[in-house]
Ligand binder design. Structure first.
Ligand code: 4NP
Length: 164
């Protein structure tokens, strides 16, 4: 893949930006770094809601990610804004509610990809990353499983698109 041209910008979106989307942010950024693509792919995350703005990820998400070698500790929650549709090429929702909320903010001339993150892991047979916030630790492990699979699929897709 060539490093030429502007970077491809990816935004992961969930409800609170403290569980699922920061997990996707940390995992996908680590894969980008692993493959030496940090100059070609930029990563961010946010929430459709604003309740947790400025907070670090949920401790349970940070622990589960840390156990698998991903560091979420520097991330801070922020809220989705209309301007994001001008900045990002891939706007990836964790669930259908997130996607519906994003569509209400999406300008008519948005030319990027707006969709569900798990569509990049069709082999998993799930289209939504379940919200783990009110559940137990196993929910956070499941989020990591799904996010790792979809991150590999997304990276393959972006490599292919940039090679065209
Ligand atoms: P997330 O999980 O959308 O994966 O960050 C949630 C975090 C907080 C809340 C809901 C979902 N909350 O209602 O505060």
């Amino acid at each position: 893949m060539s490093a030429a041209g502007p970077p491809t910008r990816v935004l992961f979106v969930c409800l609170g930006n403290i569980c699922r989307s920061p997990t996707a942010h940390g995992v996908f950024a680590a894969l980008v770094e692993r493959d030496g693509l940090a100059g070609s792919i930029e990563v961010d995350s946010c929430g459709t809601g604003g309740w947790h703005v400025g907070e670090p990820p949920d401790r349970r998400a940070t622990l589960e990610a840390g156990a698998r070698g991903y560091d979420l500790r520097s991330l801070r929650a922020r809220q989705l804004r209309a301007d994001d549709f001008r900045r990002f090429d891939y706007m990836l929702a964790m669930d259908e509610n997130n996607l519906a909320d994003m569509r209400t903010l999406c300008p008519g001339d948005f030319s990027g990809h707006l969709g569900l993150f798990l569509d990049f892991a069709p082999q998993r047979g799930e289209r939504e990353v379940p919200d783990p916030y009110y559940g137990g630790d196993e929910g956070f492990a499941h989020v990591l499983d799904l996010v790792e699979a979809a991150s590999e699929g997304l990276l393959r897709e972006i490599r292919r698109a940039r090679a065209d």
